[in-house]
Write a protein that binds this ligand. Structure first.
Ligand code: TRP
Ligand code: SF4
Length: 374
């Protein structure tokens, strides 16, 4: 079954690495937006299990289980298999084939220049990341994205500012791929890639769109710091998971960081620099927000009651998510089936792209290898 009413719409592609249980930061940082996009675009959301190997190749024992975990979280958050295609990357092996073919035209310098590459190489000290796979991470990501492009239709990647250079590189790789494997007459083929582009432009011709350049869909997401004010992350132990029970929610929020200037109960505070207030913004009504804002500034309320009110509203928000999480958790076979159906839809889409790609890269081989058998 194909999600209904998606035929003429632009496509959206996004993925997440299966790193274990999701927390509320993942929801407000990405999933909330994914859920919204389901109605506007034909969406493909995938679990990037091969990407997990780029850093965790030394122990892949948790990868398969984490794929099911994260898909269960997605369903609990409101991804709807009737309105989007959700799948696991490695179940659509075309991603690896496209990655290989893209690697042929990708200059090493482009990969070395990606800002996150050097940064992570320096920051992640407990793993050896001097591997081909780790360097190629943004290129595998490019393959993931452009696999779902359809000539003549828009292709979007919803990302934050920090990911824009990745998508920019994807566009450059696509341009280089399209020009490298275009079926030109002898004379053009002898020119450098740059010269081919300008010659075509002079003649008023365009490069064939074997692959489609993606666009970023810049998404503004609300601020949701961890309980200690740093970025929310499981490894900092400052997160609330999507399955957190009431008691741990109350315990963790009770000791949350507040405006550091508000030392005593009688000191007025500034909600704009308080993580508790950031969370109020997400979970509380306009009325409660006004109560917290004014009460904080005038010291009419204390942090203890402010946090307790926020925790009540957080619990009210999380209860139905937690409930749906438990329902899907009890039916792993159903989750697996949703992913299988997603993978078969994704493979149908990937097959269309790969037919164009194979025909462009090695024309004769494409007609031999992929002709119908018999
Ligand atoms: N890099 C993303 C993450 O760490 C996962 C990812 C892989 C992705 N390929 C992608 C995201 C393509 C968007 C588009 O979670
Ligand atoms: Fe933060 Fe609320 Fe305390 Fe103000 S009263 S500092 S908003 S916890």
């Amino acid at each position: 079954m194909v999600p209904s009413g998606s035929a003429g719409k632009g496509r959206v592609l996004s993925g997440m690495r299966p790193t274990g249980r999701l927390h509320i930061g993942h929801f407000f940082g990405a999933l909330q937006n994914w859920v919204r996009l389901q109605d506007e675009y034909e969406c493909f959301y995938f679990v990037a299990d091969w990407h997990a190997l780029t850093t965790d190749y030394a122990d892949s024992s948790q990868v398969a289980a984490n794929c099911i975990e994260i898909a269960t979280d997605w369903l609990a958050c409101g991804l709807d298999p009737a309105r989007c295609t959700m799948f696991v990357q490695s179940w659509v092996p075309e991603h690896a084939e496209l990655h290989l073919l893209l690697s042929m035209v990708t200059p090493l310098g482009w990969l070395e220049r990606v800002p996150t590459y050097k940064e992570q190489l320096e920051n992640i000290r407990d793993k050896d990341l001097h591997t081909y796979g780790f360097l190629g991470y943004p290129l595998l990501q490019t393959a993931d994205i452009v696999m779902y492009g359809v000539p003549g239709r828009a292709l979007f990647v919803p990302v934050g500012e920090d990911q824009v250079p990745h998508v920019e590189m994807s566009r450059e790789v696509v341009r280089r791929f399209n020009i490298s494997f275009a079926p030109y007459e002898e004379e053009l083929r002898q020119l450098s890639l740059e010269a081919r582009v300008s010659r075509l432009a002079n003649e008023g011709k365009s490069v064939p769109q074997t692959l489609v350049e993606p666009d970023v869909l810049l998404t503004r997401t609300p601020r949701i710091p961890g309980t200690d004010g740093r970025k929310m992350s499981k490894s900092y132990n400052n997160a609330i998971s999507l399955t957190e029970d009431d008691d741990p929610i109350r315990a963790k929020t009770r000791v949350m960081m507040t405006d550091p200037a508000r030392k005593r109960r009688a000191d007025p505070g500034n909600p704009d620099v308080c993580p508790v207030f950031d969370w109020h913004n997400l979970f509380s009504s306009a009325e409660t927000l006004a109560w917290a804002r004014d009460g904080c500034r005038t010291a009419a309320i204390g942090c203890i009651e402010c946090k307790a009110a926020m925790a009540d509203n957080l619990i009210r928000w999380i209860a139905p998510v937690r409930e749906r999480r438990k329902e899907y958790e009890a039916q792993p076979a159903r989750v697996r089936q949703i992913l299988e159906e997603g993978a078969s839809r994704a493979r149908a889409a990937a097959g269309q792209t790969m037919a164009r790609v194979r025909a462009a890269v090695i024309p004769q081989a494409a007609s031999r290898l992929h002709a119908p058998q018999g």
